[in-house]
Design a protein around this ligand. Sequence first.
Ligand SMILES: Cc1cc2nc3c(=O)[nH]c(=O)nc-3n(C[C@H](O)[C@H](O)[C@H](O)COP(=O)(O)OP(=O)(O)OC[C@H]3O[C@@H](n4cnc5c(N)ncnc54)[C@H](O)[C@@H]3O)c2cc1C
Ligand SMILES: NC(=O)c1ccc[n+]([C@@H]2O[C@H](COP(=O)([O-])OP(=O)(O)OC[C@H]3O[C@@H](n4cnc5c(N)ncnc54)[C@H](OP(=O)(O)O)[C@@H]3O)[C@@H](O)[C@H]2O)c1
Length: 434
Amino acid sequence: MLGMSKLRVAVVGAGAAGLCAARHILARPALYDPPVVYELTENVGGTWCYEERVGCYGNGHPIPSSMYKNLRTNLPKEVMMFPDFPFDEQLPSFLPHQEVQRYLERYSQSHQVTPHIQFSTVVDEVKPITLETEGAGPKTVWEVKSSDKEGSQKMERFDSVFVCSGHYSDPCLPDIPGMEHFKGTVMHSHSYRVPEPYSGQSVVVLGAGASGLDISMELAGANAQVILSHGKPPFTFPLPPGLRQAPPLTRVNEDGTFSFMDGSGTRAQVLLLCTGYNYTFPYLRGPALGLEVRRELVSPLYRFLLPPAFPSLFIIGVCKLILPFPHFHCQVQFALRVLEGAAPLPSGPQMEEEVREHMEAQRSLGVPSKHLLRLQKEQWGYCQDLARDGGFAPIPAVTRSLYEEVWRCRNVHPQDYRKANYRLVSDTQWVLKD
Ligand SMILES: Cc1cc2nc3c(=O)[nH]c(=O)nc-3n(C[C@H](O)[C@H](O)[C@H](O)COP(=O)(O)OP(=O)(O)OC[C@H]3O[C@@H](n4cnc5c(N)ncnc54)[C@H](O)[C@@H]3O)c2cc1C
Ligand SMILES: NC(=O)c1ccc[n+]([C@@H]2O[C@H](COP(=O)([O-])OP(=O)(O)OC[C@H]3O[C@@H](n4cnc5c(N)ncnc54)[C@H](OP(=O)(O)O)[C@@H]3O)[C@@H](O)[C@H]2O)c1
């Protein structure tokens, strides 16, 4: 590794990814100074810190969490956990969000991360600076500008930055022709909290990702009349009374009614957009880093992790359709091995070429740009390769096996799959509990 002095690392965000980064940095006191973790809210947990309010805080910063009141995890705790930090054994497999928040608070406290978090502090800018060193050539350091609750600004220098600010906060709002004709309520799932205000109302939910499906079932259960409009093949599982599906919404007509792709239509009081989220890193200047940050894609990122031109900046958790906590656990450990010089990287141009080739191969298979950061099945080999190259324990086979079983159950009965409870028997085996 490097020189003699310890490395200073900044971590942006104290959600699951940021806590994981800080925890692994603190575990290597001989190599790293304690990290500085910047967190714009007053709490750890990020997404999992439920906030009843929507919109902005008093200081004008948008409320980041998209959590809603009745949300339960869609992954069992046995696979969702950080591999080295189990949830409480007494808890059921599928948890209300409060339990995940408690778990993350416990993770932060147990690993002594909390004292290193600067709460109510927003990172305004992260900028690379090139320094000339004696004999060792140019060296990149990072200037991090932040402002606290009182508005006082500060700049600190670091050897590396871990970007852990999440990507489920900035709503993606589709362009729907004729939207100006709709006089009802339009909102995004980011601002959805409880179903009661929609009881007795007609609601079109657009988009059938986890949010669209979960929220439309919750609304139907609260006596709303719900149409779930989406572009996936029609669901074949039973839908609850009050919920039916329709093809994608194509336009709003002059009389305020909605038209769907098959020519059918409806009138509704509420349009609830469950259309996902944009990538945004307002504190990074993409072009200066050789990065293109679009609403649906961040590229090029070598191993979905670092810009080839700046291999001491790590963007943790940018991928979708992953098992988030174990994924962060692998990315963070690999990134630290890179910093330590123990996991050598190819040259910048080689890394860039590798990313380009991968994206081209995906595109030639018909994968649209907006899905290039989706991993799904690819995630297992990806994490295994990080573990191999970083020299740490891989995610056990039982995790994949149970994850895939739960996906299967969710697709068969999305209303009931959370009733199951599981137990891990070994690194390769799980069982259903009675
Ligand atoms: C509604 C919903 C349900 C989900 N359900 C599940 C589930 O059941 N199971 C599962 O495993 N995953 C689930 N996820 C995925 C979830 O995003 C991950 O589990 C995980 O919480 C992501 O952690 P993160 O640290 O990457 O981001 P976040 O949790 O978003 O944390 C980012 C943190 O960065 C802070 N921040 C942002 N910008 C700045 C800045 N400029 N300066 C300082 N701080 C900043 C934010 O305040 C926040 O605390 C769900 C996501 C959503 C939106
Ligand atoms: N624990 C839980 O139960 C739970 C609940 C909610 C959310 N979550 C998690 O939260 C994260 C975000 O989920 P999300 O569902 O909000 O976002 P998402 O996964 O990005 O899903 C958004 C969906 O909207 C669709 N869409 C976008 N624009 C559309 C349009 N104009 N017409 C029709 N469909 C459109 C997308 O289709 P394309 O893919 O074709 O773009 C996609 O299926 C995920 O990690 C998810 O697992 C978990």
